[in-house]
Design a protein around this ligand. Structure first.
Ligand SMILES: [Fe+2]
Length: 233
């Protein structure tokens, strides 16, 4: 049972660009510098990819195509979550992460902050099981209450990585990645997204005081008001 929105989509065309994207991903991976704090325990990372720091040297087009597909899916979900709200989601930050074969490399529990809206992962190279599942923790307090062996509520959603699979969820959900115990490197592409006004291009923060959140609350209040008033009549 899941009590929070978690989305999963498979890219049916992944075979067409798989080899190119693995090649480019490996060229951009490095051991994190001393002092850099990452969620990785072991493993390699790419530099952060954003507007001011695009991927080098030749990864832009294949990752731009991937971003377009991910944003298409994100916006399908955004319409489902906030129907009627005219904003689009845009990837504002992304990076590649490799947990090495037979290393036990893993990622500690963390979230992607309240400044982002939906965050997620696209699996680039995960050719076998036991390379580290994704665990997303249920934020609802009720999930901690269980009776006997009955698991009426789940406190963890376990997601098995598959090549070409995209998984995303609200950015403030705590999640972690199990250790890579397989004989292959596990390479994944992670990202954050934020709402952008489709006309002006203005980027919104999703912090509680943001204009975007205010507009969502305003919309909910309007719906609530119209529902209440029709009930009173
Ligand atoms: Fe993460």
């Amino acid at each position: 049972m899941r009590l929070v929105p978690i989305f999963s989509h498979d890219n049916g065309d992944y075979e067409l660009f798989r080899n190119e994207i693995i090649h480019i991903a490996r060229k951009n991976l490095r051991v994190p510098n001393d002092g850099e704090w990452y969620t990785s325990r072991g493993g390699l990372r790419s530099p952060v990819i954003d507007d001011s720091c695009p991927m080098e040297p030749d990864g832009l087009s294949v990752f731009a195509d991937l971003n377009n597909w991910i944003e298409w899916k994100l916006n399908e979900s955004a319409r489902e979550l906030f129907s009627g709200l005219s904003v689009r989601l845009k990837i504002n930050r992304s990076w590649i992460c490799m947990n090495r074969a037979r290393s036990g490399d893993w990622n500690v529990p963390h979230d992607h902050g309240s400044d982002n809206y939906l965050s997620g992962v696209f699996y680039i190279d995960v050719p076998s099981d036991d390379c580290g599942n994704l665990y997303i923790m249920n934020p609802n307090v009720v999930s901690f209450f269980k009776s006997g062996n009955e698991r009426s509520y789940s406190d963890l959603s376990e997601m098995v990585p598959r090549e070409g699979r995209l998984i995303y969820f609200p950015s403030d959900l705590v999640h972690f990645v199990g250790p890579n115990l397989s004989n292959v490197d596990r390479i994944a592409y992670s990202f954050n997204s934020i709402p952008v006004d489709p006309l002006s291009g203005k980027k919104y923060s999703t912090g509680y005081s943001s204009e975007f959140t205010d507009s969502v609350y305003g919309m909910i209040r309007d719906i609530h008001k119209s529902t209440s008033s029709s009930g009173d009549d």
